[in-house]
Design a binder for this molecule. Structure first.
Ligand code: NI
Length: 256
């Protein structure tokens, strides 16, 4: 029997991948990908995926949000434009949003302001949020806590079991990307093993973080299948059953 999965976080409309979009889409289809949640970090990426979705509505879902390290690029006008797009059914989530203290192009204070604004927008229009959290776990968790109940996905999760539990209690799902397959993945498989399958997703975060053994190559949605297989192995669950569960999770979160 065949199985089909969703790549719950990919940037296929970024400049790097959009050049080869037709090939990327066919390779995804040949590798068990039935749906891609395309995460847009600006309005150009958004209009690109809108066009793709017109042709193949079921293959693409769309998210849009201002990434913490990009916040200096956006002004009040952009927040207004974001708010009007959020009211469209086509946009299924706001993201990726969050905190990233690894880089300092945007101060922590400004990151927090932008993060809060977008959480509030999501609450206002009842949309899920896609969370980017890097070297900022405690601040992210503390801020999110103020807004519960929430719904969304913690993308490319690499944290502890305890933090995952806290986030799931708030209403989040945990998504694993390529690092789950890395030889030095620092405990990620042990954590994934303990998490309930009705709260999990897989993703690529393409063009970054290509799973083992393709590490170093350009990442693209077809490789979600590699991380998916790794997850099946860790959980000792067959592919058909796991794919069915992840699809149920997706339907539950996005009310499809
Ligand atoms: Ni991303």
């Amino acid at each position: 029997m065949e199985y089909y999965i969703t790549d719950t976080h990919c940037h296929i409309t970024c400049d790097m991948l959009y050049d080869q979009i037709e090939d990327i889409i066919s390779r995804a289809k040949e590798n068990h990908i039935k749906r891609m949640l395309v995460v847009c970090t600006n309005f150009q990426e958004y209009s690109r995926v809108e066009k793709l979705k017109e042709k193949e509505p079921k293959l693409f879902d769309i998210a849009l949000g201002f990434h913490p390290n990009d916040l200096y690029k956006f002004n009040e006008r952009d927040y207004k434009d974001l708010e009007s797009l959020v009211q469209d059914d086509k946009l299924v989530a706001i993201g990726e949003i969050g905190l990233d203290y690894h880089w300092d192009d945007v101060t922590r204070e400004d990151q927090i302001v932008g993060f809060r604004r977008q959480i509030e927008l999501a609450k206002k229009y009842k949309k899920p949020i896609l969370i980017h959290m890097r070297e900022a776990t405690q601040d992210t968790v503390d801020i999110l806590k103020e807004y519960i109940p929430l719904k969304g996905i913690i993308h490319c999760y690499s944290g502890s079991y305890e933090i995952a539990q806290e986030l799931m209690k708030m209403g989040f799902y945990i998504s694993y990307g390529g690092p789950l397959t890395f030889k030095n993945s620092r405990g990620a498989p042990e954590v994934a093993k303990k998490l309930p399958i009705n709260r999990l997703f897989v993703e690529t975060d393409s063009p970054y973080l290509t799973p083992h053994p393709y590490r170093g190559k350009q990442n693209e949605p077809m490789y979600a299948n590699v991380t998916f297989k790794k997850l099946c192995e860790i959980k000792e669950i067959d592919e058909i059953r796991m794919a069915k569960q992840l699809e149920e999770n997706y339907i539950e979160l996005f009310q499809k």
